[in-house]
Design a protein. Structure first.
Length: 128
């Protein structure tokens, strides 16, 4: 099966040896996004809500570049340096998603790239 590399200027450029997303058939694997502002490649700031929103905006941009939307996400992984922000992530997520929600995992980690407090990746299935 052929794979297609997904790239958009509306999300941060890869800061390592990876693609923003890879599409294989109707499935799109979205790489982890941290709260970088695409235009500056700098963190959006230290406020947790701003970081979470920026990550969702970045994922949304990559999903759209792949021909889908956040509604097509079937699996979402959330990495937090402080799990006490879990309720805030749920609150912000509710403004980006409607039921049925994707499957999800939330994982506490010691550190993330560039000092980010949150990172998310996901898997999207596009409708035919």
């Amino acid at each position: 099966m052929q794979r297609e590399i997904i790239a958009t200027d509306h999300a941060p450029k890869a800061i390592g040896t990876y693609s923003q997303a890879v599409k294989v058939g109707d499935t799109v694997y979205l790489s982890g996004q941290i709260p970088l502002v695409p235009e500056t490649m700098e963190l959006v700031g230290e406020a947790m809500e701003a970081q979470v929103r920026q990550v969702f905006d970045n994922l949304k941009a990559v999903a759209e570049a792949a021909g889908g939307s956040l509604a097509d996400l079937v699996k979402l992984n959330i990495f937090l340096t402080d799990l006490s922000h879990f309720a805030l992530v749920n609150q912000v997520m509710a403004s980006y998603f409607a039921e049925p929600y994707p499957a999800r995992a939330a994982i506490g980690v010691a550190a993330l790239p560039r000092g980010a407090a949150v990172e998310m990746d996901g898997v999207m299935v596009l409708s035919r």
